[in-house]
Design a protein around this ligand. Structure first.
Ligand SMILES: [Zn+2]
Ligand SMILES: [Zn+2]
Length: 145
C-alpha cells in the first residue's frame, strides 16, 4: 500500500502543520500541532507516532520536523488532490465543490490512478483554483509535454 493510502486525514493535517510551521529549524512543538488541529495534546500525539513510523517526520526533544520523505509525500498529496479536482471540474462541479469532492478521494487514490486521470484530463497544469499541478513523475509513460 502506498504511503498516502495509509494516512488518515488527521495524520495528513498534522504532517501539513509540521511542514508549514517550523520554528527556526527546531521543529514544531506538540502544543503547537494540537492547537493548529484544534485538539488536545494527547490526541495530537496519537497522530505523530504513525507519521514517525512511516519516516515522514522525526521527533526530538518534543519537537517534530518533516523529513525529505515527508515532503515528497506532501507533494504527492497535492498532486492527487488537484488532479482529482480537475476531474470533478470537468464533470461539471463548481470550483468550490471540486475541493470537497477531492477531499473524499485524494488519500485513497493510487499514484497509478492519479497518473491515468492526469493523462485522461490532458495533463492539467493548474487545479480549478489556479494552484499548480506538478508534472507526471512516471518517466516515459505519457508525461507532460
Ligand atoms: Zn500529467
Ligand atoms: Zn484546487
Amino acid at each position: 500500500m502506498e504511503t498516502l493510502q495509509r494516512l488518515t486525514r488527521r495524520q495528513l493535517e498534522a504532517l501539513q502543520v509540521i511542514a508549514t510551521r517550523p520554528v527556526e529549524g527546531r521543529g514544531v512543538s506538540l502544543n503547537a500541532i494540537a492547537s493548529a488541529l484544534g485538539v488536545r495534546a494527547p490526541s495530537a500525539l496519537a497522530h505523530l507516532g504513525p507519521l514517525e513510523e512511516l519516516g515522514l517526520i522525526v521527533r526530538s526533544r518534543g519537537k517534530s520536523v518533516v523529513t525529505r520523505r515527508g515532503r515528497v509525500c506532501l507533494d504527492e498529496y497535492l498532486r492527487h488532490h488537484r488532479v482529482a479536482e480537475s476531474l470533478f471540474a470537468r464533470a461539471g462541479l463548481t470550483a468550490d465543490a471540486t475541493h470537497s469532492a477531492a477531499l473524499e478521494v485524494d488519500l485513497a487514490l493510487s499514484h497509478r490512478t492519479v497518473q491515468e486521470i492526469c493523462e485522461a484530463e490532458g495533463h492539467p497544469t493548474v487545479c480549478p483554483h489556479g494552484q499548480p499541478i506538478s508534472p507526471c513523475s512516471t518517466a516515459g509513460v505519457g508525461g507532460h509535454r
